[in-house]
Design a protein around this ligand. Structure first.
Ligand SMILES: O=C(O)CCC(=O)C(=O)O
Length: 327
């Protein structure tokens, strides 16, 4: 039987649940860890004479400073997953104790349980994004979803074909900064998830993008603004994108995902493990170090192939799942 939260999510494709998380307890530790990563990058890449001074900068000034150092794939140091392609032994990613705590946060899982039921796995489609004001971004980053605007897409489309077909996945989007139209909140169209999985194309830098997405620009949008502590849930077929950050401030978020246990993750061999189950024996990954070990094991496998994850895009025959044929 559907509960009201599940019904609402399936009905409209998105849902905001207010006041779930506590900034100091649940979110600030992640910002602290990001700052620690920045300090490491400063020590490694800044000019020797600048290091002492730069280490005293606050979060935003420090990030602005390192973003000008031309560090290769900077976003990856702050993103909680392996790079999409060309994974190397030394590839870095942001898997910290604080993030492990967030993935397993009881208050988040209590909400997810209302959507997916009692047998839940953490799904490795997950990101942490630091978005500077767009005017400060290098041109090449403006349309990169990690640091700039995210293109229109459905989350099911970033899974492999088995996942696209079989996986019930929910997105939990978590703001670390109040998120508004001005600083680049996500937008969506009510009930558009009802169309099911649609055809996608390879967009800017190979990002997964909805085919004919320009048709969405003229539809009525829902602005997914959120306060710190709120979480936003997205149905796997919700079509959404994010606006440019036109503010003078940072916009920071995490997007975590969960799937019903027993279904494919859609991103094998990345970590996919139980976070909640009636049978305690299923809860095999019990701490941060075990989780990190899963990522390192996945890394070994991904080194041997060109892509850690990049799959055939949903392309249904006869264009019948083109947005242009459906609106
Ligand atoms: O945070 C963003 O800008 C986009 C997030 C998103 O598209 C997602 O979580 O699927």
């Amino acid at each position: 039987m559907q509960n009201s939260l599940q019904k609402k999510l399936y009905e409209q494709g998105f849902l905001k649940v207010k006041n779930v998380l506590n900034f100091k307890r649940d979110l600030k530790p992640i910002l602290n860890d990001m700052e620690f990563v920045m300090d490491c990058l400063v020590q490694k890449y800044a000019k020797k004479k600048d290091i002492k001074e730069v280490l005293k900068y606050d979060f935003k000034k420090k990030y602005s400073y390192i973003s000008k150092l031309n560090i290769h794939d900077l976003d990856q140091y702050f993103n909680t997953r392996l790079p999409r392609d060309h994974v190397k032994k030394e590839s870095d990613y942001f898997a910290t104790q604080s993030l492990w705590n967030l993935i397993n946060n009881i208050k988040v899982l209590n909400v997810v349980e209302k959507i997916l039921g009692k047998e839940i796995m953490s799904n490795p489609v997950q990101n942490t994004r630091i978005k500077q004001p767009e005017k400060k971004l290098p041109k090449g980053s403006i349309h990169d979803g990690l640091s700039g605007r995210t293109p229109w897409h459905q989350d099911a489309a970033v899974l492999n074909p088995r996942g696209q077909k079989l996986t019930d996945m929910v997105t939990v989007w978590i703001p670390f900064t109040k998120t508004t139209i001005k600083n680049g909140c996500m937008i969506t169209v009510k009930k558009i998830n009802k169309m099911g999985l649609l055809n996608h194309v390879s967009g800017y830098r190979g990002q997964v993008e909805l085919k004919n997405s320009e048709l969405l620009d003229n539809m009525q949008h829902v602005y997914l603004e959120a306060n710190i502590g709120d979480i936003i849930l997205l149905h796997k077929h919700s079509i959404h994108c994010s606006l440019p950050n036109r503010s003078d401030d940072f916009r920071i978020s995490a997007d975590l995902r969960y799937n019903i246990a027993g279904q494919p993750s859609g991103r094998e061999p990345l970590p996919n493990f139980y976070v909640r189950s009636k049978n305690k024996k299923n809860l095999k990954i019990k701490n941060f170090k075990q989780w990190l070990a899963l990522w390192e094991k996945a890394k070994e496998k991904c080194i041997q192939r060109k892509y850690a994850f990049k799959y055939p895009l949903p392309t249904f025959k006869n264009n019948k799942k083109d947005l242009s044929k459906l609106v």
